[in-house]
Design a protein around this ligand. Structure first.
Ligand code: PLP
Length: 339
């Protein structure tokens, strides 16, 4: 099977498993796991922040960060397709008591003036806005990369209004490789970031919340309350350390493969190859003779797995476990299915 459903499907490589097996561990609820402590320090430094906290999932890392920047009954702004309001099962409201309001989904294409106009001030009569969240790269937005200039304008908007800026950076590594913007440059623009080791980087588990020492101290307490206090999880942190050292620059290969896939399928009118910047290829089947479920079933029967995101939307994601031969095979199968 060539699995293009997501970049989360990767299996740890033998070298990563060896690093995990060799990890020195301790009880992390006591703060005594040396490998987790080292990973946290490494990631904080990469983003130019004071501290970071290891969390089991990207969803938990996002939700810890949201609770850090938005008090209960106050408001988070994000786009309507953001992971935090689409795939986190209402957690901001259910766990953090946070009210979320969205601007229309256009993926990584954000108008800072539109966001500024949505910000509500303090007052007893309306929910006050406390934070803005963006997603870099944008998952449902076809892996789009928010330009640095847009992020800088959003930072100014947030500063003028006195609200926080959070980055769901599950795939910020991909943006860093695609746009050649340093992680530290991204880091200085946000009050909090969540970054993921298990999407594209190939670790089996793990995300981190990044921020000031004060915020991360509180994050540790929120994580424990959410049931995310882990014990000898240094074996997992070791996979993350390995991924950071060996699997970031190679993301360029995944991006090139995604572009090749998109270029091969573009003649069917289902994707604009130029818009594919990272490892996600969205297929818009609005004008195709087949719908998404038909494409997914026919591709599966021929050994290629794809994701169905809507009745006429399919998503293909390249990653560590799909090589050039896998892309050739996927092109052959999808070309046949779309014909
Ligand atoms: C943009 C984005 N943020 C957050 C997450 C959540 O990660 P997890 O599945 O580890 O909770 C995902 C998962 O795919 C994602 O794509």
């Amino acid at each position: 099977m060539i699995d293009l459903r997501s970049d989360t499907v990767t299996k740890p490589t033998p070298a990563m498993l060896a690093a995990m097996a060799a990890a020195e561990v301790g009880d992390d609820v006591y703060g005594e796991d040396p490998t987790i402590n080292a990973l946290q320090a490494e990631v904080a430094a990469l983003f130019g922040h004071e501290a970071a906290l290891f969390a089991p999932t990207g969803s938990m890392a996002n939700q810890i960060a949201i609770q850090l920047v938005v008090p209960p009954a106050e408001e988070l702004l994000c786009d309507a397709d953001a992971h935090v309001v689409t795939y986190e099962i209402g957690a901001a409201a259910a766990i953090g008591g946070v009210s979320s309001r969205t601007w229309p989904a256009r993926g990584a294409d954000i108008d800072p003036d539109e966001v500024a106009a949505m910000i509500r001030p303090d007052g007893y009569f309306a929910v006050p806005t406390r934070a803005i969240a963006v997603e870099q790269t944008h998952n449902r937005g076809g892996g789009g990369v928010i330009p640095l200039a847009t992020l800088e304008r959003l930072r100014s908007v947030a500063d003028s209004a006195g609200v926080a800026l959070h980055c769901d950076g599950a795939r910020i590594w991909h943006a860093h490789v695609a746009d050649q913007v340093s992680l530290a440059t991204y880091g200085r623009l946000f009050d909090t970031l969540s970054v993921c080791l298990s999407k594209g980087l190939g670790a089996p588990v793990g995300s981190l919340v990044v921020g000031s020492a004060e915020k991360i101290e509180k994050a540790r307490w929120i994580r424990k309350r959410m049931g995310g206090g882990m014990r000898q999880a240094g074996v997992l942190a070791a996979a993350g350390q390995y991924a950071l050292r060996h699997h970031i620059t190679r993301l360029a290969d995944d991006h090139a493969r995604a572009r090749r896939l998109a270029s091969a399928l573009a003649p069917f009118g289902v994707v604009d190859a130029e818009s594919v910047r990272t490892n996600i290829v969205p297929l818009d089947l609005t004008k195709a003779p087949v719908d998404a479920l038909t494409v997914a079933a026919a591709a599966r029967a021929a050994g290629v797995l794809v994701s169905v995101l809507g009745p006429r939307t399919v998503r293909l994601v390249t990653h560590l476990d799909v090589d050039d031969a896998g892309i050739d095979r996927a092109i052959e199968v999808l070309t046949r299915v779309l014909s």
